[in-house]
Design a protein around this ligand. Structure first.
Ligand code: LLP
Length: 431
């Protein structure tokens, strides 16, 4: 986080609070979010783009799936970001925060009737249609509710990305969106315009996540505008907004350097300038959906070592009190993390450890090999850059309660999620 410092006695602090004290007060595993880092990331987006675009022609929706809570939703609203949600659950968290519903876009490839009804009832700003079933389903429900909701069509743009297979979304074989090449995307657009039960306001595509180059965004934009031009010629319809999705990368253990958000802003501006003269009408509003690049750096996972083991083969395990149930990313995507010993920042990292979790699974390794100072039972370990897609994918594997989550700044500490209790877990089971 941006507010990280090291005190004279070698203690890591965030927003002036030592991690040792936070662990003592709130227990471990603990996820800590630094409020200033979140705000700085929101401001960085706004500044990068408003030097290129006027404030009215670009809008940011935070992708809630990266991590959301009512406290965070309120902070994002204060920063003038909208939300991208993908479920009734995320909608209801936003509602709890009194988030302005008209600034919410509802994504997903299999929204249920109940979720679509909830979206209409609460007045969600945009619904993004992902396939024919949804198009029919929403048309029917909208008719029944006598509403004419604003929708975008999600296109499968056939854009390749150089990322882990599970993190690719925009290729032709992806499960999301109407395929462009087969003509289905255009057919769906024409259907919506003909039926007139839905208000078609724009086009959306999302090519992937952890992107470090601007090409996929540029290609998405190009393809969406080409489709819009073709439909405009036939029908006169022109999108009010156009969204090349989210996906901008962060610095990870594999690729240290955070790609500058200004690069993306400049590349998109160049693309817009290049295409503008060929457009039959004004460039639509540009909508971006950053998740990870807003929240990942702000979050730190804090664990306590409960046991250690040295194998005959020379592996030195540190067993922490969390692991794959609160962070599945190393096991699922081979994601690389770094670790820090927050109580010994003044000591050399001269030991090689395997940082392993508490779960009954050999693959429960947070980091296979990491350099740290000599550590023992009772010491703390923290994983920086854990703010995105760890907790949202957390499970109750082995029926272990989920961690507590706090958000801190210089003035205050707020509990974003209570530590789960055994009662919370047992409540699920009728006996
Ligand atoms: N918009 C859409 C339509 C998306 O599908 C996503 C992410 C985003 C925006 C936000 O992307 P971001 O800026 O956060 O990269 N669980 C995976 C990430 C899955 C991303 C899914 N979609 C992980 O842990 O890396």
């Amino acid at each position: 986080p941006d507010t990280t410092t090291i005190s004279a006695d070698g203690q890591l602090t965030i927003a002036g609070k030592s991690l040792r004290e936070l662990a003592h007060t709130y227990g471990t595993p603990l996820y800590i979010y630094d409020r200033s880092t979140i705000i700085n990331a929101c401001v960085a987006y706004q500044q990068a783009f408003t030097t290129q675009y006027s404030a009215s022609s670009v809008r940011f929706l935070y992708a809630s799936k990266a991590y959301i809570s009512p406290h965070l939703a309120r902070l994002l609203a204060e920063q003038d970001l909208g939300l991208d949600v993908v479920s009734g659950g995320e909608i209801l968290v936003a509602q709890q925060a009194a988030f302005p519903m008209k600034h919410i876009s509802f994504h997903g490839n299999n929204k249920s009737e109940a979720e679509l009804e909830l979206a209409l009832k609460l007045g969600i700003g945009r619904i993004i249609l992902d396939n024919w079933h949804e198009l029919e389903r929403l048309t029917r429900i909208a008719r029944q509710y006598q509403q004419r909701p604003q929708v975008l069509l999600r296109i499968a743009p056939d854009v390749a990305t150089d990322t882990h297979k599970y993190l690719q979304t925009g290729h032709a074989a992806a499960k999301f969106g109407f395929p462009l090449q087969s003509g289905e995307a255009k057919a769906a657009l024409l259907r919506i315009l003909q039926e007139d039960q839905l208000q078609l306001v724009g086009l959306h595509a999302h090519s992937g996540t952890l992107l470090r180059e601007t090409r996929p965004y540029e290609e998405c934009l190009e393809r969406l505008l080409a489709l819009a031009c073709a439909v405009q010629q036939e029908t006169g319809w022109w999108p009010e907004e156009i969204s090349p999705g989210g996906g901008w990368g962060i610095d990870t253990a594999e690729a240290q350097q955070m790609p500058d958000i200004a690069l993306l802003a400049q590349a998109l501006q160049r693309k817009v300038e290049q295409l503008q003269s060929q457009l039959p009408a004004a460039m639509p509003m540009l909508v971006l959906e950053p998740g990870r690049s807003i929240i990942a750096r702000a979050g730190v996972a804090l664990y306590r070592i409960g046991a250690t083991k040295a194998t005959p083969g020379g592996i030195h395990y540190l067993f922490v009190d969390g692991g794959m149930a609160d962070n599945i990313r190393p096991a699922l995507y081979d994601a690389q993390y770094t670790a820090i010993a927050p109580e010994y920042m003044d000591k050399d990292s001269d030991q090689t450890y395997c940082l392993s979790g508490r779960y009954c699974e050999s693959g429960d390794m947070l980091i296979e090999q990491v350099q740290l100072p000599a550590l023992h039972e009772g010491d703390l370990v923290c994983l920086p850059t854990s703010g995105a897609y760890c907790l949202p994918m957390a499970s109750n594997y082995n029926l272990v309660p989920r961690p507590a989550v706090i958000m801190i700044d210089e003035e205050q500490i707020c509990i974003m999620e209570r530590r789960e209790t055994y009662d919370d877990i047992l409540r699920r089971y009728p006996v």
